[in-house]
Write a protein that binds this ligand. Structure first.
Ligand code: ADP
Ligand code: ZN
Length: 210
């Protein structure tokens, strides 16, 4: 099954992606994680993306489309994949269609802007494996340490309050139109994000089975 997870930054796409990925044994492709990796290792692509990601704006379409083309060509995507954070603009969605990639379902996780701000300010991510946590809603077993790999948990630069508002603005302007785009293709399913991760997961799994 080829799945897209849509939703505002901090709606819980990454967390749900990790869970579906284990359940269905298909890889998650997170453009955000790929770009942050590139940034850390200082590749050319990372350098190109740095100023955009830190300002909370989108990395140019051609850069992310290139990332996705390369990633989807790998063998582990043959039995399906979950796209987390791609597409984020209409041209990106059109690029997927042009590549001949057939999407089965688009799950849109809806969360209000107010809770997004709360969620992002409490979010912490693992420096090593990218897993995400929340100080209040999804605390790690050991303070400041990743449950999965014992890496150090940090706050992303773009999760600071001043950047969050501009990311939300970008989401409403550039990404939200994708709902109508996939609604037209009859692929959109809306799921309302719940306070408890597992409650949202239930709804997501129902949406995938429907
Ligand atoms: P979140 O969903 O929490 O905003 P991501 O990790 O998906 O976080 O993305 C972080 C940043 O990476 C974005 O703000 C943007 O700068 C860049 N990025 C990720 N995916 C894309 C994309 N598809 N198009 C453009 N920029 C992207
Ligand atoms: Zn980790």
């Amino acid at each position: 099954m080829n799945i897209i997870l849509l939703g505002a930054p901090g709606a819980g796409k990454g967390t749900q992606a990790e869970i579906i990925c284990e359940r269905l044994s298909i890889p998650t492709i997170s453009t955000g994680n790929i770009i942050r990796e590139a940034l850390k290792s200082g590749t050319e692509m990372g350098l190109k993306a740095k100023s955009f990601i830190e300002a909370g704006s989108l990395v140019p379409d051609e850069v992310v489309i290139g990332i996705i083309k390369e990633r989807l060509a790998k063998g582990d995507c043959e039995n399906g994949f979950i796209l987390d954070g791609f597409p984020r603009t209409i041209p990106q969605a059109e690029a997927l269609d042009k590549m001949g990639v057939v999407i089965d379902k688009v799950i849109d996780i809806e969360v209000t802007d107010e809770s997004i701000v709360k969620r992002l300010s409490g979010r912490r991510v693992c420096e090593d494996c990218g897993a995400s946590y929340h100080l209040e809603y999804k605390a790690p077993k050991v303070d400041g340490k990743c449950d999965k790999c014992n890496g150090t948990l940090v706050q992303r630069k773009d999760d600071h309050p001043d950047t969050v508002l501009s990311r939300l603005e970008v989401y409403h302007k550039e990404t939200e139109p994708l709902k109508a785009y996939y609604e037209k293709q009859n692929k959109l399913v809306i799921v309302y994000g719940q306070d408890e991760v597992q409650d949202t997961t239930k709804l997501v799994l129902q949406a995938l089975e429907a």
